[in-house]
Design a protein around this ligand. Structure first.
Ligand SMILES: [Zn+2]
Length: 251
């Protein structure tokens, strides 16, 4: 299998959880990974992911395409079951916090000072709702993380090359209060069709929230174009699996 090329800041690795993608600058802060279609995300797989990150267990969410935050704290009992939300923040090295996606953007964040971490599930609704900024706010509020010290990895998501949307999606972004000049940048018009750049919109929102652009790393992999390695709901519908973005706070 030929692996899709990724920027210098990312690398592919064969692991006990199958082929995984990691971001070098984020790896310098704390363990994390993005899984690929090889991993089904069974209960055993989640244990494997937690083990790979040096955590005791994985914490996942009942994702609803919003911006609600679930906080995981060292020394406190981890959440029971799957709490509802699309953002996890944590200072607990024993917990691998993880989101699942198949086209939506998985974002992983870590604070170079405190070692606190966040995982975000951001499809178009979550991006319109400002889920990435909610993660930055929560890291500051709960763990004292300054946005200027955050490192972010944007995992595989459907690209502006493939993600055709209707005008209702533009309207939702405008209604959510995003500046018009940014909304215009996030939606690309080609042959009278409209495409959304989910990763680009999240990058802009992170920069607006105070994260330096140079500390935001996008793997630039379109899920719909690499179905041998990745999985895409748009391209595969009910047959699509899910991929995980997982990270743990630094010990
Ligand atoms: Zn594409």
């Amino acid at each position: 299998m030929t692996l899709p090329p990724v920027p210098e800041s990312f690398s592919w690795t064969e692991s006990p959880a199958g082929l995984v993608l990691t971001c070098r600058p984020l790896d310098a802060v704390t363990p994390h990974l993005f899984t690929t279609r090889q991993l089904q995300l069974t209960a055993d797989d989640w244990r494997r992911v937690a083990g790979l990150l040096g955590a005791r267990q994985a914490v996942t969410l009942n994702q609803v395409h919003g911006r609600d935050v679930v906080v995981v704290r060292a020394g406190a009992p981890p959440p029971v079951g799957q709490p509802t939300g699309d953002v996890l923040v944590s200072d607990d090295p024993a917990a691998a916090i993880a989101v699942r996606a198949a086209d939506c953007a998985p974002l992983l964040l870590a604070d170079t000072r405190s070692g606190a971490a966040a995982a975000v599930h951001a499809g178009w609704r979550g991006t319109a709702a400002g889920a990435a900024a909610a993660a930055v706010d929560a890291l500051r509020q709960h763990f004292g993380a300054a946005p200027g010290n955050l490192i972010v990895a944007i995992g595989p998501s459907i690209g502006a090359c493939c993600y055709e949307v209707g005008s209702d999606v533009v309207d939702a972004f405008a209604a959510a209060g995003h500046p018009r000049h940014l909304v215009d940048r996030w939606f690309v018009v080609r042959n009278a069709r409209l495409y959304l750049d989910v990763a680009g919109a999240n990058r802009d929102q992170l920069v607006l929230a105070g994260v330096p652009d140079a500390q935001i790393h996008d793997c630039r992999l379109c899920t719909a174009m690499h179905l041998d390695v990745l999985t895409s709901y748009r391209a595969e519908r009910e047959r699509a699996g899910r991929m995980a973005g997982a990270i743990r706070a630094r010990a």
